[in-house]
Design a protein around this ligand. Structure first.
Ligand code: ADP
Length: 619
């Protein structure tokens, strides 16, 4: 299952807001309990002062305008001034504390989701586009905050205020209160209807926006290819379509959710009109003093805002809910290739690697490795040769436990790698990939990723062995020069050597090497080769070989075809048999005058040898 595909099958149900909310509170509630207490006190103050300012209308009208008492003016004015000040400060306190809780939550979920992402298997990242993932995470994390702060604000500020004002209304005039509360049921109905409509569009909108930002990110990352293939117009067209779709979705959300405004305004107008008509009749015909009616109408008008916000809350929360749920979908993904419960910490010393009848498939029905058995001797170099798609990279991935084998075992120094912790397994392996990846930070940081405890001296020593020291020192700030995105400021060969230095610093007994096929110029290639000889020294090296020189110098060669081992031996022993795939392969490559053994396709395109040809010893 992937993060993306799981999106489709989700169907929200009404109780879900509460379920997600309960989880957020359960996971984060305790930590902020004092802050919540402050928020609640502030809310009570806001609510109380609001109700007070409505209540004060009654004595104001009765005593100042009806009974014309001058002395009351002073204390009523002081009271109103005081109420507004309390409301202002309490509102400030409430907003600041809520923002702090919210910002803390965002930071916390960002860390949490990233930690979790790092635990997920390679398969998750194969199926998920990274730009999209980053965009989606950024947006979704704020959903958690919004869900919590919306609820908190609604419950504390709006609901408490509303309760205060309704209490005052009932106190002033129970009959009028009852009649104005009649607008409640139709309002609730409208909210339920709109929420349901908006739910689906919200999810679509979140996804399309994530796709949009993801695509923009990918396009900028691959800018060299974009320009080389003059893809600008086509990409602009695609991004344009996505932006327009996102725009339409947002418009639709606005159209649907804003329907609440006319409905609630009309209902409120109805209530106010009814109250004025009825109380006017009472004042004019029955001669009641106007104070309580003023107070009532003020409370009613003041109640309108929190009531409308509460009604809208459900609709606004929908989006936050969609976001929050996506975060939890990700957090709930179980990392695969987990450590066995009794997994031990591995201590590999010599680093002999043994594949025993290993079979593996990524998807059902398509075997990628079949009954693969070989031994990569300790301290020696084993080269893997085979056409593209033969399963070479898969073999290297399995050895690092990016995936688990379907059957068979992989052992290092006689220990089954599925019975040791992944952490200890991987720290025994140094990997140099075909396209070296450099991370944000300085050159020194990038080498140190090999072993965080490495000293500066060790880092420089590793760089020297990797023939990288010289060019690093020529950089503007030497080892402390920041690398551009994925090392854009370094040449291909230099990046390779930095990644080789990273592998040397790791001091791991096993080295996995995916040789670069990319065209390094001759000098760069020679330097990289020289660096590699250093790092291979005394290590068990398994290399996916693309270069003739590597294969020729290997202690052992494994030839793979369609997930099977078809031949193995040394260069000399394999060449001794003129019918061997390996020797045929060399002849083809030799004729073409290629120095690279990249993707031995020529072998596959040749028809099988006829018996007569074999007998004649001709290819
Ligand atoms: P090689 O490194 O020899 O070129 P790979 O090990 O990369 O070969 O691939 C072997 C086979 O596995 C290929 O047919 C490839 O299409 C398939 N394959 C590789 N990675 C995946 C994956 N993540 N999901 C599904 N199939 C994959």
């Amino acid at each position: 299952m992937t993060f993306q595909s799981s999106n489709k099958k989700q169907k929200a149900h009404p109780g879900e807001v509460t379920a997600v909310l309960r989880r957020i509170i359960a996971e984060n509630g305790r930590e902020h309990r004092w802050s919540y207490a402050v928020v609640i006190v502030c809310s009570l103050l806001v609510s109380g002062s609001t109700a007070f300012s409505a209540w004060v209308m009654s004595p104001m009208v009765n005593e100042i305008f009806y009974e014309r008492r001058a002395d009351s003016v002073v204390w009523i004015c002081i009271g109103i001034m005081g109420a507004f000040m309390v409301r202002g400060f309490a509102g400030y306190g409430q907003a600041v504390v809520l923002a702090r809780i919210g910002n803390h939550l965002i930071a916390r979920y960002q860390k949490r989701t990233f930690d979790h992402l790092m635990k997920l298997g390679v398969d998750f990242f194969n199926d998920t586009r990274s730009g999209q993932l980053a965009a989606q995470l950024g947006g979704n994390v704020s959903g958690i905050r919004d869900l919590l702060s919306l609820t908190l604000i609604s419950i504390t500020r709006d609901a408490v205020t509303l309760v205060g004002l309704i209490g005052l209304m009932v106190y002033q005039d129970p009959v009028l209160s009852l009649s104005s509360l009649l607008i409640g049921p139709p309002l609730i109905w409208a909210v339920v209807y709109i929420t349901r409509r908006v739910r689906k569009i919200n999810r679509e909108s979140v996804l399309i926006n994530a796709r949009l930002s993801g695509s923009i990110q990918e396009a900028t990352q691959g800018i060299a290819i974009v320009k080389a293939f003059t893809m600008e117009e086509e990409l602009s067209r695609r991004i344009g379509i996505m932006a327009e779709t996102a725009e339409q979705r947002s418009n639709k959300i606005a159209r649907v959710s804003e329907r609440l405004s006319p409905i609630s305004d009309m209902l409120a107008g109805l209530a106010v009109t009814a109250v004025i008509a009825y109380s006017g009749y009472r004042a004019l015909v029955l001669g009641q003093p106007p104070g309580s009616v003023f107070s009532f109408i003020t409370a009613l008008i003041l109640a309108y805002d929190p009531a409308r916000r509460l009604a809208r809350m459900q609709v606004t929360m929908e989006r936050a809910l969609v976001n929050a749920r996506m975060i939890y979908e990700l957090l709930d993904l179980e990392p695969k290739q987990g450590d066995a419960p009794d997994a031990k910490v591995a201590h590999f010393t010599s680093g002999e690697v043994r594949f025993d009848n290993v079979s593996f498939r990524y998807v059902e029905e398509v075997p990628v490795l079949q009954d693969l058995s070989f031994v990569a001797a300790a301290g020696k170099m084993t080269a893997i040769v085979g056409a593209s798609g033969a399963g070479k990279s898969t073999l290297v991935a399995l050895l690092q436990r990016f995936y688990d084998v379907d059957s068979g075992t992989i052992e290092i120094d006689g220990q089954d790698i599925s019975k040791v912790t992944k952490q200890s397994l991987r720290s025994s392996i140094a990997y140099v990939s075909q396209a070296p990846y450099l991370f944000e930070g300085t050159i020194r940081d990038n080498i140190r990723y090999g072993r965080p405890s490495a000293t500066d001296a060790e880092i420089e020593e590793a760089a020297r062995l990797a023939a990288a020291d010289e060019f690093i020192r020529q950089q503007p700030q030497g080892y402390d020069t920041p690398v551009g995105e994925n090392g854009a400021t370094l040449s291909g060969g230099q990046r390779q050597r930095v990644s080789i230095a990273r592998a040397i610093v790791r001091q791991a007994p096993i080295l996995l090497l995916d040789e670069a096929t990319s065209a390094l110029d001759n000098e760069a290639e020679a330097r990289v080769q020289q660096a590699l000889i250093q790092v291979m020294e005394g290590r068990t090296t398994i290399v996916i070989a693309h270069r003739l020189s590597t294969v020729v110098n290997a202690d052992h060669i494994i030839v793979m075809e369609q997930g099977r081992l078809i031949e193995e031996g040394t260069h000399a022993s394999l060449m001794a048999d003129p019918h061997s795939v390996y020797s045929r392969f060399h002849r083809v490559q030799g004729k073409k005058g290629l120095g690279l053994v990249d993707d031995a396709r020529p072998i596959q395109t040749q028809p099988p040898l006829s018996r007569a040809e074999k007998a004649a010893g001709r290819p």
